[in-house]
Ligand binder design. Structure first.
Ligand code: T1G
Length: 687
């Protein structure tokens, strides 16, 4: 088999070139090829060696698809030690994204040059891992302890300019990388440049308090996660021990992470996210429609956030509102949000101004005549949505994509309000839409393949993580939320306090407990949706009575005022509300419920297994293409902990039999209607 690594000469320069598409991952054959090439270079006529990559990027890391399999020689650490020990100066020439093991390879080289657009990072923490090939020991020696801690615990990349400032690279070259890096290598030879091994550099002075500071901060920001804490221990070893001893610490703590369920969950998510972007049966080269201008109907919270996420990708947006006053309000919210992003350092002043300039407003539908995509984002009134689509049908050009941001309605009915149902699709954004990563792409019965393919690709353009759902009430995410919220409210009326339920879920890893989410997102949409249903279709009255009472008292959520908690307007801090606890007691008595102590473990199992059981139904009905899409939806849209991999991965990790038995136990205790095991769960448990 041809090696993905080639070795050639340009005069006295040895050039090692890696070509392993799509991202030059450090597969076994790449490692072997690099080892062979650097070994040959030691005894050939070359004076200096350049490592460069073909394709779109320098090495983007170890090969994630090899994780979980028995490790194969040459091991990356040994290879990098060999590169660093080279008697001939080794230059790494970088473009694209030098990440993880790829960046570690560059750090093992003696000098590094890069094109201005190159990015550098150690994102292992996002896989529940840590840099396991010397990154925790070499980075602090070049960039200092604080920069190293920041780089590895955030997992976010640096620009070439930042990497140069930190001393992680030595030169930024303009133009053709191969030409420029070979020319620079030639210069280094002529200058008689010395070999500078990262592992031999002393760690610059550092503040010893840093480590405890990071441990505490990560204890809050990455509660219960192993990798971030292990990274701090590795960098501490780098700062206080020899390189060799530090490498031993790194090895042990890397293996601890690699063997953890947290890392298995996060690796699962990495691949699940990329899988979710693929539509079974839809060829990857399905033609896509151009999306160069977008219209948005409705300038409220969702419409404004959607406009920003599209403008931030450089696409002009026209925001439509019913009148000038509403339009001015919508645009001022957008201005405020951009100012907030600049203040928080998320966007530069210049970038924010450029993006804002791409958003214009109108009260005239005719201004959408040439739009390529129109997204309706008005409140959840089915008749209003149909009227809007009928109107769009009459003003928009042929071939426009008509999308609705509804979070649960039947998109087939909305599509039927037009003469072009094949051009209608659901694009369900999550609030705040300019921040939340998930985009639920809802394929209606008649949605055309190119419309679907276009929207899945658009998601990547606007930096969202897409997951496809078929049409059902609430699609994937909100449909599964029903048993989750049902159980949260049943636990409350049966004996737990809102605080206990939320704390149990947050200690387990949810970003925010269900009742705090209700306070934040509001309960008006859910309440109105319930009121629109006949009594017998509203589900167990005990599971929404308290919410209904609070809604009827006007406690609709943060927009109006808190629901299950008292919320201090200036601090928005939540605290228990005696009045709510009284209402819970009273309604429980009404139902003749004898309230009891509910263990946190039961709360977690009822809410999470409720998600899993409904998730199984969603897979067997074909609403979701695959279970891992559900994991992507819940981690990127509902604050499900990435370190647990999503509800369906968690079910596998817990053991399907155990989940099934627990669901059966709940069925026996709480009834068939709520807890009948999904047929797929039953089938998988019987295997
Ligand atoms: N290994 C194997 N496959 C990979 C890969 C990797 N490291 N990175 C990407 N791919 C595949 C991906 O699955 C997809 O495949 C295709 O490449 C394009 O990816 C010892 C242990 C590089 C920024 O965490 O962040 O090194 O779906 O769709 O949006 O310390 O991929 O087409 O079949 O994401 O342009 C550390 C992970 C590993 C970087 C490109 N490295 N990759 O983004 O394309 S751990 C990472 C990314 C490590 C050492 C440790 C991104 C990207 P397919 P894509 P993209």
């Amino acid at each position: 088999m041809l090696s993905p690594v080639s070795y050639s000469h340009e005069g006295n320069i040895g050039v090692i070139s890696v070509d392993n598409p799509p991202v030059n991952a450090l597969s076994r054959s790449v490692r072997q090829g690099l080892l062979d090439a650097i070994t040959v270079a030691q005894s050939d006529a070359s004076d200096i060696v350049v490592i460069i990559c073909a394709g779109r990027t320098f090495i983007a890391g170890a090969d994630i698809t090899e994780f979980g399999k028995p490790p194969q020689e040459p091991y990356l650490s040994d290879l990098l030690d060999t590169i660093e020990a080279s008697d001939k100066l080794v230059v790494a020439a970088i473009h694209g994204t030098a990440l993880g093991g790829g960046f570690e390879t560059a750090l093992a080289a003696h000098s590094r040059c890069a094109v201005p657009s190159a990015k550098f990072g150690l994102p292992e923490v996002k896989l529940g891992l840590l840099p396991g090939a010397g990154g925790t020991q070499r980075t602090p020696r070049l960039a200092g302890v604080e920069a190293a801690l920041q780089l590895m615990t955030s997992g976010n990349p640096l620009s070439a300019a930042q990497a140069l400032d930190l001393g992680l690279i030595d030169k930024i070259v303009e133009g053709d990388l191969r030409e420029e890096s070979v020319a620079w290598a030639r210069e280094l030879v002529e200058q008689g440049a010395a070999i500078r091994r990262s592992s031999e550099q002393p760690v610059p002075d550092f503040d010893t308090e840093l480590f405890d500071g990071y441990r505490q901060a990560l204890g809050k920001r990455a509660r219960g996660q192993i990798a971030p804490q292990n990274i701090v221990r590795c960098v501490e070893a780098a700062a206080t021990q020899s390189f060799e001893d530090g490498m031993k610490v790194e090895r042990d703590l890397f293996l601890e992470c690699m063997q953890s369920t947290q890392s298995a969950a996060m690796q699962h998510l990495f691949l699940a996210e990329r899988q979710a972007a693929k539509i079974d049966g839809l060829p990857i080269d399905t033609p896509k429609r151009p999306v160069e201008s977008v219209g948005i109907i409705g300038g409220g919270t969702m419409g404004g956030g959607i406009a920003m996420s599209i403008a931030n990708a450089g696409i002009p947006v026209t925001l439509i509102e019913i009148n000038d006053e509403a339009l001015a309000r919508g645009l001022s919210i957008i201005d405020k949000n951009y100012a907030g992003s600049v203040k928080r350092g998320k966007l530069s002043e210049d970038k924010a101004a450029k993006c804002r300039a791409l958003i214009s407003g109108s009260t005239d539908y005719a201004s959408l005549a040439n739009a390529d995509l129109v997204i309706e984002a008005v409140f959840e009134d089915p008749e209003l949505k149909k009227q809007i689509f009928t109107r769009l049908d009459s003003v928009c050009k042929p071939g426009v994509i008509l999308a609705t941001n509804t979070s649960y309605q039947d998109i087939n009915l909305i599509a039927a309000a037009t003469n072009r149902p094949e051009d209608v699709i659901g694009l369900h954004f999550f609030s705040p839409a300019n921040i939340m990563k998930l985009l639920e792409v809802v394929r209606a019965e008649k949605t055309a393949d190119d419309v679907l393919a276009t929207c899945m690709a658009l998601a990547k353009t606007i930096r969202k993580v897409p997951a496809m759902s078929r049409v059902c009430y609430g699609f994937i995410g909100n449909r599964m939320l029903q048993p989750y919220f049902r159980e949260a409210q049943l636990c409350v009326i049966e004996g737990a306090t809102p605080k206990q339920v939320d704390n149990a879920m947050e200690s387990w890893g949810m970003a925010m407990g269900p009742l705090r989410v209700a306070d934040l997102a509001g309960i008006d949409v859910g309440y109105k949706a319930r009121q629109a249903l006949p009594e017998e279709q509203r589900g167990d009255p005990r599971s929404h009575r308290v919410a209904d009472v609070l809604a009827e008292m006007g406690r609709l959520g943060q927009k109006a005022c808190a629901v299950f908690y008292k919320s201090a307007p200036e601090t928005r801090r939540h605290s228990s509300d005696a009045e709510v606890l009284e209402i819970i007691e009273r309604e429980a008595a009404e139902f003749g419920i004898e309230r009891r102590e509910i263990p946190d473990e039961e709360i977690v199992d009822r809410l999470v297994y409720g998600l899993i059981n409904e998730g199984m139904r969603i897979v067997e009905e074909g609403i979701a293409q695959r279970p891992s899409d559900i994991d992507v939806v819940y981690v990127y849209g509902y604050g499900f902990p990435a370190s647990r991999g999503g509800p369906m991965h968690y079910a596998d990790a817990m053991g399907i039999k155990r989940v099934y038995e627990r669901v059966c136990e709940f069925r026996n205790r709480f009834g068939e209607e709520a807890w009948a095991p999904a047929p797929l769960l039953e089938k998988l448990a019987s295997l």
